[in-house]
Structures are given as structure tokens and as C-alpha cells.
Design a protein around this ligand. Structure first.
Ligand code: PLP
Length: 381
């Protein structure tokens, strides 16, 4: 097939086109908040929290300012002490481990499974010590970690599990008996981000926590609001982390479309899979049996050592791509004082191999084929 060179601008995400399709609904939601002037903790925030709780089947939803705050508030609610160990993958976004160090807890950085890109029960089990108080599986790129196995370990050792679900909201965890739960609701607490490019993205910053544990739910609610139980009664040290009402109104509209957005991403991924499965020199993302995949990212492994060359080649054709993540967390200057880990084989390898392709809700067949054809032509040379 001939490759069409003149191509309109391809993007990693296309928030603008997505907005135009729901503009009326979104604009009305924003206007209602402005008319009410209930900018902070207004009815829109409560309404969205309720909708999200229903969608996830989570009893407690605590909206907050961003996904990083969500992680921090979750760890604060667990009542951990300085020096307590928290198991975290070295192959993740900085925020996941940053909050651990910030709270004077010890980030125990571990490797990930090469197929799922996530923590596995085997990896976690090896890292558990008497000081381990929490495990933070990151449901990376839109797919759950093996949470059933991780929860078994957590129960056995009486350890909390905090799911960093910033990338996988909307996906299902599939238990071995076939039952399903929404990602983020399998661990004791799930945290998420509404950063604009996330699968459920606001038009600014936002985040949320969810749990079915009453004690944790009440504590997180208090912590996000200055540790306050009643007005001017402060029981514990908290912080100030709020989702503003305008973002909540936007998110309440977008939540209704989340399943359709996930399906649109899955369709793009299916087409990439089909076209790229037999290309020598790369591996398509593996779909794990215990999870649906909502493809926050579609991430290839370039196994012939030419990842950076492919990235430049695609860029020369007007195709953006991203490396999530280029540097293991233990190699970051900031974490040197917090970890003795200097090398983890799978993490090292993935940092050199991964490449995420454009994937979003607004990609059409022409976009997808354009990307596919250029990848194929690169590997033919
Ligand atoms: C985006 C993201 C976060 C942080 O979310 P913010 O809203 O930007 O603070 C945390 N963890 C992971 C895995 C993320 O992808």
C-alpha cells in the first residue's frame, strides 16, 4: 500500500476534538457552577463523587487536587511510621515513589514483570520484610497488575495495598473465578489522576481516592481537608487538596462517556496489534488474562536495539511517540538517598525498549494506518 505523505497533524492525545463532541453538555456544566458561585466543594463535586462511586462500585470516593496528592493522602491515612517500608515498582512515574519518600517512608524499589510491565506476586513476595507496611501496584498503561495474588500476600502479611490507578480507570480486574471488579477497587485504596491526558481527564488538575473501607474512607476525607472532622475541629494533621467544582462538573459529563472512550482506545489497539504482531524487531503489548486493557498507552517493546532510531524516524514523518519511562527511578538523583537499589534487569531493559504510540479516542482509520505503515516500512529497512 502506498504511504500518503501529506498528513494532518497527528497527536498523542486529542482533547480538543473530543471536547467539541460534548461541548454543549460540558459548557452547560461549567456555566451552572459559575452561576451558582459554589466554586469549592459545591454540589457539582458531591454529584461527581457519587457518580464515580456508582461507576466503580466503591462506597467512598474522595475527590482531591491531583493524582500525586491522592497517593500521598492514601499513605497518610494508613498511619505508617517513618522508616516503614513501601514496595513500589522502579518502572513507574515519579509520583508513585516520590510521595513515599516525602512521608519519610522507605521506598523499596522492585523490578516488574516483563510481559505485564507491572508488579507480580512473585516479585512482591521476595521484597516483603517485617517492616513492609504497604504495597503500591501501579496499573501501568491501562492494565491491572496481578492483584488477586498480591492481595493474598497482603492478607497473609497484614500489609496495605494502594493501587496507583492513574492510568487504568475503567478497566476490569478479572478474578480466577471469573468475577470482575473495577480497577482501583481491589486493593484497600485506589488512587487516580484526572490530568487532562488521562483516560478520564479534566480540563485542569484533579484526582480522587476510592475505597470500600469505612475507616480509611473517613480518614482520607479528613486528611484531604486539613484533618478536620467538624468545622474548626482538627483531629489529625492533614493537607489541603480539593477538586474544584468546575472540574467536577466537567468530569461528571465525561464519566458518562468513559466506557465509550475506553472502547475507542481498544479499537485502535486491536488494529495496531493485528498489523504489528508479526513485525520482527518489536513486540506488541501483552494482554493479561486477569485484566481488561483500557490502553492509556499503547506501548511497544523494540527488541532490536533501534528504539531511538524508530522514534526519530516516526518524528520525521510527523508521528509523535513517547518513552514512558526512560530512566529507572533508582537512577534519579532525588532517590539516591532513599534506596540501595542500583540495578534491576527488567526495568533497565524496558527503559531502553519501550515506545508508546499515539492512541486516543479521536483517531480515525487513516491516522492508524499512517502510523502502522511507517512502522512497517522502518522495520523493512
Ligand atoms: C499521572 C500519574 C500520576 C500523577 O498524577 P497527577 O495528577 O499528575 O499528580 C501518578 N501515577 C501515575 C502512574 C500517573 O500516570
Amino acid at each position: 500500500m502506498e504511504i500518503k505523505e501529506a498528513k494532518r497533524h497527528l497527536q498523542m492525545v486529542d482533547v480538543k476534538t473530543q471536547y467539541l463532541k460534548i461541548k454543549e453538555e460540558v459548557d452547560r456544566g461549567i456555566q451552572e457552577v459559575i452561576d451558582s458561585c459554589a466554586f469549592i466543594n459545591g454540589p457539582a463535586v458531591k454529584k461527581f463523587a457519587k457518580s464515580l462511586g456508582t461507576y466503580l462500585d466503591a462506597e467512598y470516593v474522595i475527590p482531591c487536587a491531583n493524582g500525586t496528592d491522592a497517593l500521598q493522602i492514601a499513605l497518610m491515612a494508613m498511619g505508617l511510621k517513618p522508616g516503614d517500608e513501601v514496595i513500589v515498582p522502579a518502572f513507574t512515574y515519579v509520583a508513585t515513589a516520590e510521595v513515599i519518600a516525602l512521608l519519610q517512608l522507605k521506598p523499596v524499589m522492585v523490578d516488574v514483570d516483563p510481559e505485564s510491565f507491572n508488579l507480580s506476586p512473585e516479585i512482591v513476595e521476595e521484597a516483603i520484610t517485617p517492616l513492609t507496611k504497604c504495597i503500591v501496584p501501579v496499573n501501568l498503561y491501562g492494565q491491572n497488575s496481578d492483584l488477586e495474588g498480591i492481595m493474598k500476600l497482603a492478607e497473609k502479611h497484614k500489609i496495605f495495598v494502594l493501587e496507583d490507578n492513574a492510568q487504568a480507570i475503567g478497566s476490569d480486574y478479572i478474578f480466577s473465578d471469573g468475577t470482575r471488579k473495577k480497577s482501583g477497587t481491589i486493593g484497600h485504596i485506589g488512587s487516580t489522576s484526572f490530568y487532562p491526558s488521562k483516560n478520564l481527564g479534566a480540563y485542569g488538575d484533579g484526582g480522587a481516592l476510592y475505597t470500600n473501607n469505612r475507616e480509611l474512607g473517613e480518614r482520607m476525607k479528613m486528611i484531604a481537608n486539613h484533618g478536620q472532622s467538624k468545622k474548626y475541629v482538627h483531629n489529625i494533621i492533614g493537607c489541603n487538596s480539593r477538586l474544584d467544582s468546575i472540574q467536577a462538573a466537567i468530569l461528571d459529563v465525561k464519566l458518562k462517556h468513559l466506557d465509550a472512550y475506553c472502547s475507542a482506545r481498544q479499537e485502535v489497539a486491536d488494529r495496531y496489534d493485528l498489523a504489528l504482531i508479526n513485525v520482527e524487531g518489536l513486540e506488541i503489548p501483552k494482554r493479561m488474562s486477569y485484566s481488561t486493557h483500557v490502553f492509556h498507552q499503547y506501548t511497544l517493546k523494540v527488541t532490536n536495539g533501534k528504539r531511538d532510531e524508530l522514534k526519530s524516524y516516526l518524528a520525521s514523518k510527523g508521528i509523535p511517540s513517547m518513552i514512558y519511562y526512560p530512566i529507572p527511578l533508582y537512577d534519579q538523583e532525588a532517590f539516591k538517598p532513599f534506596t540501595e537499589v542500583t540495578s534491576l534487569p527488567i526495568t533497565e531493559k524496558l527503559c531502553k525498549q519501550v515506545l508508546s504510540l499515539p492512541i486516543h479516542t479521536e483517531m480515525d482509520l487513516e491516522d492508524i494506518n499512517y502510523v502502522i505503515q511507517h512502522i512497517k516500512s522502518f522495520f523493512k529497512n
